[in-house]
Design a protein around this ligand. Sequence first.
Ligand code: G1P
Length: 300
Amino acid sequence: MTHSRPAVTKAVLPAAGLGTRFLPATKATPKEMLPVVDKPAIQYVVEEAVATGLHDILMITGRNKRPLEDHFDHNHELESVLGRKGDSARLAQVREAGSLAAVHYVRQGDPNGLGHAVLCAAAHVGREPFAVLLGDDLIDPRDPLLGRMIDVQSERGGSVIALMEVDPGQIHLYGCASIAVTTDDDVVRVTGLVEKPEPADAPSNLAIIGRYVLDPAVFDVLRETGPGRGGEIQLTDALHRLAADETAGGPVHGVVFRGRRYDTGDRVDYLKAVVRIACERDDLGPDFRSWLRDYVFTEM
Ligand code: G1P
């Protein structure tokens, strides 16, 4: 084990996607701003980064993403109205998003894929390992993942991705890893990656989920990565190259996540996240759970 590697302090949140799976809601509203109970989905992801000690957040945005900037800024007009009313609880909620972290923005001119979005972070990140968090994936804060990935990166170097076993019929929705086991039960060595394979061609049922801790060498590889699946620059393709070649900045390891994750970009998973989080909230849970129980037993 070595302790001389630079600590991970920066988180990159790609947020330039069009959100087509959620139309028409996302026609004029960024998908990252859809509420999960009463907070936009992206705020949970920023909170996860901050809770893991990453206080420097870079969002990769695009057209129609101004509401993200407004959300993580102060709103003096709203704050002064709430202050005059003496509504200190709401005032604290409104201020919270504006004071969570230092949030920076860079625009991805052409939405040219996740790899291209990550490459837009190169100047801000510099030559340190950094985290990437995809806004569609909500990880239950009771099932820590990113902190474990940072530890694995600091022990083993290179890059670390988050993997999760999925139903083989679902693997075509994800990047898919071929792996070798390591001495750690939750860590695998990634030997190859393929973006969204057909089930028959998938090397495993281990899917990439939206958390990465990357060696800055990924930027050099991304600059040379041509269009892949869907004609887009794929982060998966660059990581495949790193997995195959330690001299290019590998190795790549995977942390196998066995906790709770919601894909808020999928409508059914989004509804599950809303119901679950609402049920578990102290303020809303008791009333909501009792209604839900009645609904399930009497109307379904
Ligand atoms: C992206 C990645 C894919 C990964 C997925 C996780 O795909 O390209 O490898 O499995 O995120 O959510 P997207 O869902 O943006 O199409």
